[in-house]
Design a protein around this ligand. Structure first.
Ligand SMILES: [Zn+2]
Ligand SMILES: [Zn+2]
Length: 148
């Protein structure tokens, strides 16, 4: 039970959520405390259809070299310090993601991080969550509902 966690466990949770990470998708620098449930990154929930040459979720096409040359050269210079890329990382909001994060990329039971709640900005109820049997869980990504 999180509310009665030992001092050692409390420190472990704080460490996990305050480690500075870099998103492997958009390069944003973040901590899980600021990240979880805020959906500030993007992903493609579908798969890439090589026959139609587009993502099944949104119809976006892979960017071929010719349209990169047309548009990309105007954006290349600022990619290194801006999370805004010339082309989208995805069509659907999700949390930033890093393989070195010690917080698994799955929904987070708010009770398990109860001691962090006072430090969360935006607050838990302004983030994306769902109730599972009365307990709020912060969601890592917007669920994808495939087109009929
Ligand atoms: Zn998509
Ligand atoms: Zn990101």
């Amino acid at each position: 039970m999180a509310l009665f966690a030992s001092e050692k466990d409390r420190k472990k949770i704080i460490n996990k959520y305050t480690t500075v990470l870099q998103c492997s998708v958009c390069n944003a620098v973040y901590t899980e405390l600021l990240n979880v449930g805020t959906w500030e990154c993007r992903y493609h929930p579908g798969t890439y259809d090589y026959d139609k040459d587009e993502w099944t979720c949104c119809g976006e096409k892979l960017h071929n070299p010719s349209n990169y040359n047309d548009v990309g050269r105007y954006f290349t210079w600022n990619q290194s310090f801006s999370p805004v890329k010339a082309f989208s990382n995805g069509c659907t909001p999700c949390d930033h993601k890093s393989i070195v994060s010690k917080v698994p990329y799955e929904d987070v039971n708010v009770e398990s991080i109860a001691q962090l709640i006072p430090f969360m900005k935006p607050e838990v109820d302004k983030r994306n969550y769902t109730l599972k049997e009365g307990t709020p869980y912060l969601l890592r990504k917007k669920p994808f509902i495939p087109p009929p």
